[in-house]
Write a protein that binds this ligand. Sequence first.
Ligand code: SAM
Length: 264
Amino acid sequence: MKPTRAAEVEYAEGGMAGSYAVIRRTDPRIESMVHAALGPARVVLNVGAGAGSYEPRDRHVIAIEPSAAMRAQRAGRGAVPAIDARAEKLPLDDQSVDASMAMVTVHQWQDLDAGLRELKRVARGPIVVMTFDGDALDRFWLAEYAPELIAAERKRYPAIDLLVDHLSTRSRRATVATVPIPIDCTDGFTEAFYARPERFLDPAVTQSQSGWTFVDEGVKDRFVRELRSDLETGRWGARFGAWRTRPWFEGSLRLIVGGEPAER
Ligand SMILES: C[S@@+](CC[C@H](N)C(=O)[O-])C[C@H]1O[C@@H](n2cnc3c(N)ncnc32)[C@H](O)[C@@H]1O
């Protein structure tokens, strides 16, 4: 297995940043859950902001993103410029924002404890974290084709209970919600294609999913080869065809909401 690398290297290499903005687009159904969790917050911090997915456009946003390749994609999406900084050391005063959000990024932080402490330090109100539950990754048919990917991903994602403990306050226990993934999800993480297996045959799709960079190249090649063959022979359809008609998939995507309750 390849070693973990800094975000900058990960996104600059292999053209990931280039395909990311095209394949990984805000899904409006998921977005509405995120925005509801932010409550009435007017000033929102987005940490690990990437190209700006899920960032509210009707509030004042401060975006933090350490990868230049990711920051460069924001203008094309109409997102505010991002500050070059890391979760572990936020360049913000205590309690200076109404809410913090961190979308599919905590698994990449070098020091998770420090990053979560920083989110709590700067936010007066809710802290909204979207991530994947490593223990639920094997609910997806992909686990049968690429168990190495599932194993690598499971190691990367922090335990949900750990995040909940961190984000709970004296007055409120953080909550966890399963985020239902819609059949036509526009944010191309692996589970988004549960009903559209042929999408994995497009190299831009796997390029925008960072998990593949943590397994040997041969794993991805084997997966694509076997999936292509199974789709052609009807084997995939015979085994997993029912997935094509599920309107939603309750997979491993989770929304954790901690910090203080939103103030109206
Ligand atoms: C999978 S992307 C998600 C981007 C965006 N939030 C989204 O939902 O599309 C993860 C992001 O976390 C960033 N990241 C990695 N390490 C970080 C750190 N220590 N602090 C802040 N962001 C980090 C990466 O550069 C990358 O842009």
